[in-house]
Structure formats: C-alpha cells, structure tokens
Ligand binder design. Structure first.
Ligand SMILES: Nc1ncnc2c1ncn2[C@@H]1O[C@H](COP(=O)(O)OP(=O)(O)OP(=O)(O)O)[C@@H](O)[C@H]1O
Length: 297
C-alpha cells in the first residue's frame, strides 16, 4: 500500500480540521481528494508529507511511518504545495540544480525532470519570467527530482488558463501511470479528467470514497457543447440516447444522455453534418456532480 491513513484527527486550537480519517491508496493510482474550501485537504496533505503532525492517529507512506520515519517518508514523496514556493530571480535550471544538490540527487536528473515536465524551451529563463503554467511545471519538476514513488499535489491546476490546464492534466496523468498520485482539488471536472478514484472530504470527514468507473456505470452523462451559432433544441433532441437539452448561455448547450457511451463524437458529427463549428466540447459525470452536491451541501 502506498498510502495508508488510520484514524487521523487534527485539531488546531479550537478548530477540528480532520476528524478520524482513514483511507488507503495503492500504486499506481491517481486519487482525487475533493472537497469545498476549508474541508481539510491541505491539512491531510501536510500530515502525509510530515510538514505537520496529527493530533491523533497514524499513517504510512510507502510503508514508512510518518511520525517515526520522517526522512524515509520524505524520500518517498514528491510534494507540490498549494502555494508553490519558488525563487523568482533564479533561473529554472539553476533552481533545480540547487535543489538537486540539497537532496543529494545526481545532476543528470535535472535534465531528466526538465524534459519530463516539458520545461526544455523555458529552462534558460528566470522563474519570474515564466507563466503560471510553467511555474507549476517547475514545482512538479522539483517534486520529481528524487524520483519519488508517491506524488502529493495540493491543487496543482489552480489559476491556470484552459490550455495550461490541459497540458498539466496530461502531464499528471502520465506520471500516474507508474506512480501513486494523490491530488487535491475543489473542482469536480479535475477529478473527472485525471483520476481513477475520488475521496470526498467535507468538514474534516470523509463522506465518499469511490472509483470513477463505479460512478459512471449505469449513469447518465452530460455533454456541454458550444457552437458558433444558435441551434434549435428540437434538432439536438434527435441525437441518439438524448434525454434532455438545455440552452445554458448564448450558444452553449447542456445535453443529457442516458448512456455511458462517450457521446462527444456523435455531437461532433452532428455539428459537422449541420455545418456548425464547435467552440468547446466537454463531458461531465452527472453522478459525481450530484454526489458532491448532496454530500457537501
Ligand atoms: N495553521 C492553522 N491554524 C488554525 N486553523 C487552521 C490552520 N490551518 C488550517 N486551519 C483550518 O483548518 C480547516 C481546514 O483547512 P485546510 O487548509 O486543510 O482546508 P482545505 O480543504 O485545504 O481548504 P482550501 O481548499 O481552501 O485550500 C480550515 O477551517 C482552516 O481555517
């Protein structure tokens, strides 16, 4: 088991941030830690990375105890904190090389992580000259320097523009092919796009722990599409398996299908046949959204 959390409670003064939390994560797996603001996500991540200690309970990372084997835990974990601490005046390569020497990691690894995180074209710049997306890549490259088995990423995509978001999601998905990735977010679509499993936390308690596939099975799906022109609902209602159509904004439509088959290609064909351009096309898991709303309302 890569991460094993047993009955963790964390109290800050009068505030109980975590209340008797338990879960396990195996390798390789990408697990989304989803919860509203203040639910306790960062607190749990800081405990797993040994930044802070729990008030009660225990946890192991890669088989090492977070209280008695802190160094071994730190060697097993790559951590991207919510507020990625970077030195803006340092050059990307220089920053990573400095951290490599601190962690006693072979210098050759610096070039490896630069390539792995797609930083090559920006590596000669100072961190201050980089966009937010590239700064996140520097944070990820830094977390990967010692080639950890477990990655703990606290809201890794916050503040990124849509293109950067897609790139970073893809990067994390690739990393999750052979590592354990535990990432926090308060955005459902993040979980949808990247994760194998979701653990939902609310007010310091775990309220759901489910595989995404389980949520998808036998459920409805919503496709959100934006065309470049208005379309009559009646036309969209002719799509196969369609249940309802809602025009949510200008030329944006929310189409609910009663099937788990990915219906985006049908919507794409519809647009093509009717000479419409698609400006955005997204799929949403209706059950994850309703589960989240119901459990964290
Ligand atoms: N150092 C601290 N001292 C006192 N209270 C704290 C401290 N850190 C966090 N808290 C409180 O603990 C609760 C959980 O906070 P935490 O940052 O873990 O939530 P979160 O789910 O990560 O939130 P967000 O999505 O807003 O980052 C909040 O009520 C927060 O105010």
């Amino acid at each position: 088991m890569s991460i094993k959390v047993e009955n963790i409670t964390k109290v800050y003064g009068q505030q109980k941030a975590l209340n008797n939390i338990s879960f396990e994560i195996s390798r390789p797996e990408i697990v989304g830690f989803l919860g509203p603001n203040g639910a306790g996500k960062s607190t749990m991540m800081k405990i797993l990375t040994t930044y802070i200690q729990p008030t009660e309970g225990q946890a192991q990372v890669n088989g090492h105890d977070i209280l008695t084997q802190t160094q071994k835990v730190q060697q097993s974990v790559g951590y991207l904190p919510e507020h990625n601490p970077l030195y803006l005046e340092q050059y990307v390569r220089e920053y990573l090389a400095f951290n490599a020497s601190v962690y006693k990691v072979d210098k050759a690894r610096v070039e490896e992580v630069i390539t792995l995180t797609g930083l090559t074209p920006e590596a000669h710049k100072t961190i201050g000259q980089l966009s937010k997306g590239y700064r996140q890549r520097v944070g990820l490259a830094n977390a990967l320097l010692h080639d950890p088995e477990v990655l703990i990423l606290d809201e890794p995509t916050t503040g990124l523009d849509p293109n950067q978001l897609i790139d970073i999601r893809q990067l994390i998905k690739n990393l999750g092919k052979d590592k354990t990735v535990f990432l926090s977010t308060h955005i459902m679509q993040e979980v949808e796009a990247m994760c194998d499993r979701v653990i939902i936390i609310n007010k310091g308690e775990i309220v759901a722990n489910k595989k995404l596939q389980e949520l998808r099975d036998g459920q409805e799906q919503i496709v959100i599409v934006e065309f470049d022109y208005r379309v009559e609902d009646a036309f969209l209602l002719k799509l196969p398996h369609v249940k309802s159509v809602k025009n949510t904004h200008d030329f944006i439509y929310e189409i609910t299908f009663s099937t788990t088959e990915d219906m985006r290609s049908h919507v794409f064909d519809f647009a093509h046949d009717n000479e419409l351009k698609i400006l955005q096309l997204n799929q949403k898991n209706a059950s994850l959204e309703s589960l989240f709303r119901e459990l964290t309302a």
